[in-house]
Design a protein around this ligand. Sequence first.
Ligand code: PLP
Length: 396
Amino acid sequence: MRDETLSLQSVPVSTEGYDSLTVPVHRASTILYPDADSFARRLGRGADGYVYGLYGTPTHRHLEGRITAMQRGARTVLLPSGQAANVFAMLAVLKTGDRVLLPDTCYGPTRDFAQTDLPALGISAAFYDPTDLAALDEQAPGARLIWAESPGSLTLEMQDIAAIVAIARRHGALTGCDNTWASPLNFRPLEHGVDLVAEALSKHFGGHSDLLMGSVTVADPDLGLRIKAQMGRYGIGVSPDDVALVMRGVETMAVRMARASATALRLAGWLATQPHVAQVLYPPLPGSPGHDIWARDFHGASGLFSVAFDDLAAPHVLPALDALRVISIGASFGGTRSLAAPSAVAPLRSATRWTGPEFVLRLSVGMEAPEDLQDDLTRFLTAIETCIAAGKIKKS
Ligand SMILES: *Cc1c(COP(=O)(O)O)cnc(C)c1O
C-alpha cells in the first residue's frame, strides 16, 4: 500500500491487560460490521446494539446506564439539553387531540413550548396550580399527561408527587416530572409512580457550567425504546465528548450538592433574618413554603433558592446587584461558581397570581467559602439600604 492509504489503515491494537477507571471517549459516526451480512441485518442488533453514531457509542451507554441506575429506572435517553429532555418526554406520549397539564411553575422555556408548539401540533396545554390538588383533580379528566416540576422554577413550590400520580392514574393519564433541582440523589420520581423523569444534566450532573445535556428516564422499557427511536428520527444525538464531561461531573455530584446545600441553608437562614427580606423560598429551610413535603419526600437539597424583598427594597434590587464581587450575575445553577439571577415571575404565571415583588432574586450557591458569600450578600444588602436612604433624602 502507498503512504496515503497506510495513513488511513487501522492497525490491530490489543486491549488485553488494559483496564482503566475512566470511560474512554468513543467518537464515531460510522459503525463497522465484520461482514456484509451483519451490515444488512444491523437493525436487528437490539436496543443497545451499535448501528450508527447518532444512537450512541459505548461512552453513551455508560452514562445512560449510570443515570438509569440512579433513577431506579429501566432505560435512559440522552438529549442535547434539559429543555430537549422535557420536550421529548412530552412528544413521546402526546399526539394530536391530546391534552397535557403543566404546573404553573414549570421551567419557562417548557411553558413556552407548551403554549407555542404543542397547539401547532393539535395538542392542547393547560396550566394548573402546583399546590392545589383538588383543582388539579377537576382539570384532569381528558388529560393524556400531567407534567410536574418540584420544586418549581423561580419560586420553588413543592408538589405532592405521589398524590399527583394518584390523580393521574384515576383519570387514565401518564405523569412526567422535571427533576432538575433535586437530581436523582435527592428525589426519584419513578419510585413514586411517575412514568417519565427528565433531568437537565447541564446543572448538577455536569456541575461546571461548561456543557448542555438532558436525559429522560422511564420505568417502562418499551416507552424508552419509543423515545430513543423518536430521538433518532429527529436526529438529535449528543457528543461523546460532552458525555465524558457529564461522566466526570457525576462522580463528584454528591459531594458538590451536599456542600452547596449546606452553604445555601446557612445563607438562606441568615437572609431570612435580614431587614427588607419578605420571604426566603427554599423548601429545606424550616418555615419556608413546602418544607413539609420536602422533609417527607426528599433525601437532600441543592444550592438553588430564591429571595423576595419587601416593597421598600424591591425597586433597588437590580442596581444593588452591581455591588456583588464574588457572586456573578447569570442564569443556570449547579456549577462551582455562585450566581445571582433577578427573575420576573408574573409573566410566567397564568393559573395562579403572583403577588410578590416584580423580581425575585434567584441564588445558585457554588463551592466558595460560605463566609465570602455572606460578605458578598452583605455588600448587596448594604447597597439596597444606601439606595433606600438616598431615595428618602431626595423626597424630603
Ligand atoms: C435549566 C433547566 C432546564 C433546561 O436545561 P438546559 O440544559 O439548560 O436546557 C429544564 N428544567 C429546569 C428545571 C431547569 O432548571
